[in-house]
Design a binder for this molecule. Structure first.
Ligand SMILES: CC(C)(COP(=O)(O)OP(=O)(O)OC[C@H]1O[C@@H](n2cnc3c(N)ncnc32)[C@H](O)[C@@H]1OP(=O)(O)O)[C@@H](O)C(=O)NCCC(=O)NCCS
Length: 372
């Protein structure tokens, strides 16, 4: 057979063009803005506008995005009924995947022009937040809580899920994680969404595919796995011993390593700085000692750096969020990134249809059944 170029996992392969985001020499930019600047000076709503409409909003544009995100939080009654009836043991990511698919049947935006697609992106973003919050409150035996017009998108998620207005620090930290998670060029779930779009399928199908890809523990599922890992230990010594044994066995440590960043993930630095402040405020020094006991040998001895999921797991934990909400919150953030890529792909489309290298038997004869 003819030999063809092959890169397992498409490592190093340029699979398309994008103006949405790039990682340039380890620096992440959303449409030209450095992630550090956005984290410091913008809110999730501004970043959502940036990704979906191409630039940061002025005050009038921001007001409109905020209004849309509020209005689009309303779930159709059949979606709420579905969220009540899915068995309690079903993981939140599966519920969210079903919820978005179900909500798609009641999509209030008609058409597929650019403005329609941009509005649908905001609608999907708001619906994902409402689905997570509603499912969480019904699981806790509470009635779904109506959104409050005065709250930010992040504060609203916490308010609707927990039934009380979050403190400013919790709202700001959730907002920060939403900004950091919103977009990351051709990662696995975004690529999935683009492949689906490339067949001329619809935006809802593309993001449902994205949710399926994000759920895996090598991708977004790592924030939950990283926290489950930390919860095994009562002391830093236990963690330290465990990480050494794990590395000896050549097993993966969740929340570390990255296909693109080989010298550290800037998002992890940004979040870790805030996590340390949060831990101090919450008197959670022992958790930080466990966190460092894993991180130090990974970085100093193995040169494998934490990715954003490592500090995110502990941040969400210290904010009092249940573990199976961590990856769904990642979805709430990444929804705008997926949709921005969907729009870009749809605007200049070519079907994704790569080749494979065949490793099966050479051609063989089909013998009659009695002779096999
Ligand atoms: C993200 C990830 C899949 C990227 O993987 P990749 O680019 O395919 O890199 P590889 O898995 O081939 O790793 C390269 C080497 O680093 C090691 N490595 C990478 N991540 C590691 C981790 N988290 N723990 C321990 N070793 C790791 C691999 O074992 C491999 O070592 P080897 O060359 O001795 O075999 C990988 O780092 C990983 O599984 N991380 C844990 C899951 C995670 O946190 N995912 C979220 C990503 S944002």
């Amino acid at each position: 057979m003819k030999q063809m170029n092959y890169s397992p996992g498409l490592e190093g392969v340029v699979a398309g063009e994008t103006a949405v985001a790039c990682v340039d020499q380890g620096k992440l930019l959303y449409r030209g803005y450095a992630i550090g600047d956005l984290a410091e000076r913008a809110t999730f709503e501004e970043v959502a506008h940036l990704l979906v409409y191409g630039d940061l909003p002025n005050s009038e544009q921001l007001r409109r995005v905020q209004e849309r995100l509020l209005e689009y939080r309303k779930l159709h009654e059949l979606v709420v009924a579905c969220l009540r009836r899915i068995p309690a043991a079903v993981p939140m990511m599966d519920v969210l995947r079903t919820g978005i698919s179900m909500a798609g049947h009641f999509d209030p935006i008609v058409g597929d022009t650019l403005p329609d697609l941009q509005l649908r992106a905001l609608w999907l973003s708001a619906q994902s937040a409402a689905i997570v919050a509603t499912r969480y409150s019904v699981l806790n035996g509470q009635e779904p809580i109506a959104p409050r017009p005065d709250l930010s998108h992040a504060a609203q998620i916490l308010y609707q899920a927990q039934g009380q207005e979050p403190d400013a620090l919790s709202a700001r930290l959730l907002d920060l994680t939403l900004i950091l998670y919103a977009e990351h060029e051709f990662n696995a779930s975004t690529f999935t969404a683009r492949v689906i779009c490339s067949t001329l399928s619809d935006m809802v199908s593309a993001v449902v595919g994205g949710i399926g890809a994000l759920k895996g523990s090598l991708h977004g599922g790592a924030n939950e796995k990283a926290m489950e890992m930390l919860l095994q230990f009562r002391t830093a010594d236990e963690a330290s011993q465990w990480v050494r044994e794990t590395l000896m066995k050549k097993e993966k440590v969740m929340g570390f390593g990255h296909r693109v960043y080989k010298h550290g993930d800037h998002r992890a630095h940004i979040l870790e700085r805030e996590l340390r402040k949060l831990a101090e405020l919450k008197n959670a020094g022992e958790w930080m000692a466990i966190y460092d006991a894993i991180k130090d040998p990974m970085v100093n001895e193995k040169r494998i750096y934490p990715n954003v999921d490592y500090p995110c797991g502990l941040t969400y934990y210290l904010l009092g969020l249940p573990i199976d909400l961590y990856t769904p919150l990642f979805v709430c953030a990444r929804m705008v990134g997926w949709c921005a890529h969907y729009i870009e792909q749809a605007t200049d489309n070519r079907l994704y249809r790569p080749l494979s290298r065949y490793t099966g038997p050479v051609e063989r004869k089909v013998w009659p059944i009695g002779e096999r």
